[in-house]
Design a binder for this molecule. Sequence first.
Ligand SMILES: [Zn+2]
Length: 378
Amino acid sequence: MVNDVSQDALRRLAANRDGAVLSLFLDLDPSKFPTAPARQSAVDALLNEARRTVEASPLDHDARVRMRDALTEIKGRLEPLAIPVEGARGLAIFAPGPGAPVELLRLPAPIPNRVVLDASAHVEPLVRLADRGRWCVALVDRSRASFHIGNEDGMPLSGTLDDEVKGQHKKGGWSVGRYQRSIENEVVAHLDHVAEALLVALREGRYDRVILAGQQPIRSDLEAKLDNSVKERLAGWIDVDQSAADAEAVRAAAEPLIVKARSDHEREVLERLAQGVGTPGGHGVGGLRTTLGALSERRVETLVVDPQLASPGSRCPACGLLGLNLAECPADGAEMKQLPNVIEAAVALAYEQAAEVVLPAPASELTAVEGIGAVTRF
Ligand SMILES: [Zn+2]
């Protein structure tokens, strides 16, 4: 199953608040849309609804032209031969403000068809899909590398890099020294390429953490070549034979490191939360009302939420403030919009302030704050 929803993607989308953003959600559940024609009529219906929404909204001229152009592009990307259905159960498509490209995210779970035109990207339906993080596993030998991107649910091959070293090293003869040196130079150049590819993929936001697989002799050479930003994301090395490894073998080999890294990180965040809440003047808040307050004040660094938590609440359409049962916004007097589940809005607001969101396994620190809390910046 593919999942393009990462915390980075949601932060990027949620940060885009200048003007109008069109958000489309397309269900690809194979039990509901078993054939390409059935899927295509759902696509047509969704695009028609999007067109009606754009034409009926009080947009200014530039925004309306931009939305029409975006819909033409989206239509092209959802044509029968172009639509990326392989391994996806749903699609989320965002046509954001001026200068930002149309973004299409493949989802690992079905999602109801829906069109939303709002001041910001409607990321709420996606917030629970982003808790896994994106991992890159790079399998590296002396001349080739393959890159898998995914998580413990699946680790599909994303790309390969081939710098085949010509010839094999031979024994005997006067030229061995020079010949071997030239092979070593080619290996060095190959490891440079691998390090560069990892850096580019990180800058493109294609992964959050990296695991390397390779034989002992190249490990220290490759690590020495990694950019510091990549090295900081390195969770460790695993043993996988590149020539024999399929996606499932890579996933299975990486799983223990991924699970351990997540639980270590959760533990660390829960301890910081408990310490912040337990210290007078500390950098932590707990409980739904107080956490919504900290989010509304844009001072959350890490939001910690029980994945099962749900509660009705309200949001100010003017300033984005969240509350439990407010009729009117205490900041600007606007009429609050009532939400069936304020938790999703809270997570979206966390992304909007570039916070991290952690949805941990059951823990006493989380129970102590009734399922929601935050480590704050100040
Ligand atoms: Zn307000």
